[in-house]
Ligand binder design. Structure first.
Ligand code: ATP
Ligand code: MG
Length: 292
């Protein structure tokens, strides 16, 4: 049997679809087979290990999978802070959310000291414990697996520390977010050992392509004409473009063409500002693939 690389991904849940999109964006053809735990990649010696997100950090740390896609929050709950960066290969730009302290609408909160001596319900006891320690606050952590947001109403806790993206769940439960504990997004993590020698080229190719997909998500190619006298001002306005290409235009001494890759989306108000600064013939194109 030839060996195959394994990538641990969430089987179902908030990261599952985006993880598969990243994988297919990197040119891997996923075969959804009879085996629910393991999906085969048709065109590369790679398998996807489909598990609960809580299991991903341990599977990758133990080398059951060479790579894994998991929320930074889950990783940070599993391992001490000074140990996290070396496990992370890259940040993936999706699955963004924040771990926040929330209290009932009626409660007053004047900073972390307001939590002194209180009970706080959370599914993230390690992250919360460290945050409280950093703030010099002593509180009781009540560990809950789910439905953390009902804890105050049930008089189990005075406050909660939970993941928030829009705040709708908090609102529905009569609570407000009052402090930020951790900002999170999906990250690609790696096993401590090097990949098997015969798969090293596949491993390197994967990382290059994941990097390319992540970098091109939301990135745009901008082309415009700019009067020479306003060139610096116009380049300044193009978001996230470090070194644009400047080209002469035929029969137009006073105007140049500017081409730039923008690392972020370009909104209408940016176009308005470019226009006001003297830019014309502005084109914004999507970028399909990118390799740095
Ligand atoms: P599993 O069954 O795999 O254990 P889960 O219920 O623990 O799944 P999900 O709710 O699917 O987890 O969330 C997975 C990850 O998605 C979170 O750990 C977090 O990194 C990210 N995420 C993004 N937005 C949110 C959000 N609004 N609420 C919770 N998690 C979010
Ligand atoms: Mg989970």
């Amino acid at each position: 049997m030839t060996s195959r690389l394994r990538i641990a991904v969430q089987k179902s849940g908030r990261l599952a679809d985006r993880s598969l999109e990243l994988i297919s964006g990197a040119g891997l053809r996923v075969m959804k087979g009879a085996n629910e735990l393991l999906y085969r990649i048709e065109n590369q010696p790679i398998d996807l290990l489909r598990v609960r997100d809580d299991d991903i950090p341990t599977f990758v740390a133990d080398g059951v999978a060479e790579l894994g896609i998991v929320g930074y929050n889950v990783l940070a709950e599993h391992f001490p802070e000074d140990d996290l960066e070396e496990r992370i290969v890259m940040r993936l730009g999706f699955g963004k959310c924040t771990l926040k302290i929330a209290v009932p609408d009626t409660a007053t909160y004047e900073g972390p000291q307001s939590l002194e001596g209180k009970r706080i319900a959370t599914s993230y006891p390690n992250i919360l414990g460290k945050w409280l320690k950093d703030k010099g606050v002593t509180a009781t952590i009540v560990e809950m697996r789910g439905a953390v947001e009902v804890a105050p109403r049930m008089k189990i806790a005075h406050a909660i520390c939970d993941l928030v993206s829009t705040g709708a769940t908090l609102e529905a439960n009569g609570m407000k977010a009052v402090d930020l504990v951790l900002a999170s997004e999906a990250v690609l993590i790696k096993a401590p050992h090097a990949p098997p020698a015969d798969l090293e080229h596949v491993y390197d190719m994967l990382l290059r392509r994941f990097d390319g997909v992540t970098a091109s998500t939301g990135a745009k190619y901008v082309m415009l004409n700019a009067p020479r006298e306003h060139l610096d001002e116009i380049i300044e306005l193009i978001p996230g473009a470090d070194s644009p290409t400047i080209m002469p235009l035929a029969h137009r001494e006073d105007t140049v063409a500017v081409h730039a890759v923008c690392q972020e989306n370009v909104f209408w108000d940016t176009l308005d500002k470019l226009k006001a600064a003297g830019a014309s013939a502005i084109l914004v194109l999507p970028i399909e693939k990118m390799m740095k």
